[in-house]
Design a protein around this ligand. Structure first.
Ligand code: SF4
Ligand code: SF4
Length: 245
């Protein structure tokens, strides 16, 4: 084998592996842009969504459109298992048969959010089969099922029937990706600020409560105060008795 031939062979091998790398790159690129989506309006995501995170973007939109009050009854604070605190739309609990009758009814207040992770959004109307707040729906609903974690895009619900449907334009894909990025930024902003706001509000509520209690106490007659002292003393004695037992 001549030196010239060896050089040629080496060059050929290099070209071959370069082509393979190029092929793999374009395959990966193809795979990356394979995400296509067309919502099929099946409403599955509204029926089993669980708590829906709310961001400042949503609050600002609702304030601008004068609809904040419509959302207030459904808002709650949810502390996730990893300790992250979210403002959420609390899902409706499933209908329960009341103990005294066979009638079904909703018990919205009593059920902890942890038990409602796959339940219906409170703003979905089952009879009309529609979102009651479509124009003001949260950012999280606008980007569903695409999510962005600061680095990568992911699918939050691989069973969403809209995934893989043809017909999505480049502009629609771009808009969906931008919305997912906005959601990430807005959720991060909310998660930084919410614990502080929550603390301030709780403190304010406690101070108001204490002030009201003090006002009530200062207006009590001597007789009423004596009665309260008596009740408190009985309570303390009962506790001490329980400890001794
Ligand atoms: S986003 Fe998916 S799950 Fe939700 S309505 Fe559209 S197709 Fe159905
Ligand atoms: S707010 Fe509307 S779009 Fe969002 S989950 Fe509820 S019903 Fe569905």
């Amino acid at each position: 084998m001549t030196e010239e031939e060896t050089k040629d062979e080496k060059q050929e091998k290099n070209d071959e592996s370069k082509n393979q790398v190029e092929d793999t790159k374009s395959e990966q690129k193809e795979k990356k842009i394979k995400f296509t989506f067309k919502c099929q309006q099946c409403n599955k995501c509204c029926l089993e969504r669980g708590p829906i995170p709310i961001t400042f973007w949503d609050l600002e939109l609702w304030a601008k459109n004068g609809v904040v009050a419509n959302f207030l009854p459904y808002l709650d604070i949810y502390v996730r298992p990893d300790g992250v605190m979210d403002l959420v739309l609390k899902p409706l609990s499933p209908p329960k048969k009341s103990e005294s009758s066979d009638k079904e009814g909703f018990s919205f207040e009593e059920v902890p959010i942890e038990e409602l992770l796959n339940e219906k959004c409170p703003l979905f109307n089952k009879d009309g089969n529609k979102c009651l707040v479509y124009e003001n729906r949260p950012l999280s609903c606008r980007t569903y099922p695409l999510d962005f974690d600061g680095k990568n895009f992911t699918i939050v619900d691989v069973d969403c029937p809209g995934i893989g449907q043809e017909g999505m334009t480049k502009e629609e894909l771009k808009e969906m990706r931008e919305t997912a990025k906005t959601m990430y930024a807005e959720l991060t902003r909310m998660r930084i600020n919410l614990p502080v706001l929550n603390q301030i509000i709780n403190q304010k509520v406690m101070i108001d409560l204490m002030r009201k209690n003090m006002e009530v106490m200062s207006n009590l007659s001597e007789e009423d105060r004596a009665k309260i002292d008596e009740i408190l003393q009985k309570g303390t004695q009962k506790k001490e008795g329980n400890v001794a037992n």
